[in-house]
Design a protein around this ligand. Structure first.
Ligand SMILES: NC(=O)c1ccc[n+]([C@@H]2O[C@H](COP(=O)([O-])OP(=O)(O)OC[C@H]3O[C@@H](n4cnc5c(N)ncnc54)[C@H](OP(=O)(O)O)[C@@H]3O)[C@@H](O)[C@H]2O)c1
Length: 237
């Protein structure tokens, strides 16, 4: 196997695999562009941006329900459409072509796979740490300044917003999104696939505009917000 991404060499003899792959990659790319434009124009109205001046995107539903819908729809759609042979066939082709390819990289312990997985794990650690820091902001602290768990305190804390500090928060406002994009870039390197790359682009289409909106929100909200902090990429953006 050369350095080509799928499906260039691996599926050149299988037209269905080739077009299923390409079709979904193109669709993913188009959705990324639409998402980027929509989210830059108006931040998605949850959390800090709920009820903002920019307005909502339509009727509001509870955030938890929204998340279930947004993440469950592909699975539910596949389930509903599974009696249609062409959909079933396309999905099987898609999963088998991606699975085959990753299996091949893995079986050879390809350096792209190893480096990609290391980057993925690094991004995952940053993402989890940054989310933990944010969620800890509302938890009460003990006298020595340590965050107490809800088991220790038996209360949930308040619902206000605070300036996050420490670690990557000293240089960027949204290390949680930064970490998640690092994860998906690692994944696209590990799988050396157009599908992986498009998934990373789709993530970036949310993380870049939302970081920018969050960063500006922090600056508007807190007069003492650290001026050297960037939105998403340390020292640059
Ligand atoms: N793959 C994707 O496409 C995708 C898209 C979006 C998010 N995500 C991931 O999902 C995770 C959460 O994302 P999110 O957009 O929900 O993050 P978020 O808006 O930053 O919120 C995370 C949690 O922290 C709280 N919080 C945020 N800023 C705070 C502050 N300054 N002070 C006190 N509490 C604060 C929020 O409370 P409130 O709810 O009250 O604001 C919420 O409970 C991240 O890891 C992100 O990478 C992935």
């Amino acid at each position: 196997m050369g350095l080509q991404a799928i499906p260039w060499s691996l599926y050149k003899d299988d037209e269905t695999r080739f077009w299923v792959h390409f079709g979904l990659v193109i669709l993913g790319f188009l959705l990324s562009v639409i998402t980027l434009i929509a989210q830059w124009a108006k931040p998605a109205p949850y959390g800090k941006h709920e009820g903002s001046e920019a307005g909502n995107w339509g009727p509001m539903i509870p955030q938890r329900l929204g998340h279930i819908f947004s993440d469950a729809i592909p699975g539910v759609l596949m389930f509903i459409l599974r009696p249609y042979p062409s959909v079933n066939y396309a999905v099987q082709k898609w999963t088998s072509c991606t699975g085959d390819y990753i299996g091949r990289l893995l079986s050879k312990l390809d350096p792209r796979f190893i480096c990609g997985i290391v980057i993925f794990v690094l991004g995952y650690v940053i993402n989890r740490w940054a989310d933990y820091k944010l969620r800890s902001l509302r938890r009460p602290k003990s006298e020595d300044g340590k965050v107490m768990t809800s088991l220790q305190t038996n209360i949930d804390g308040d619902s206000g917003y605070f300036i996050p500090r420490g670690g990557l928060y000293e240089v960027i406002s949204c290390p949680n999104y930064f970490g998640e994009l690092v994860e998906w870039l690692g994944w696209s390197l590990a799988t050396w696939s157009l599908a992986g790359l498009v998934w990373a682009l789709f993530g970036a289409a949310t993380f870049l505009p939302r970081s920018w909106h969050n960063h500006n929100w922090y600056k508007r909200q807190f007069e003492d917000y650290p001026s050297q902090r960037k939105a998403f990429l340390p020292f640059i953006y």
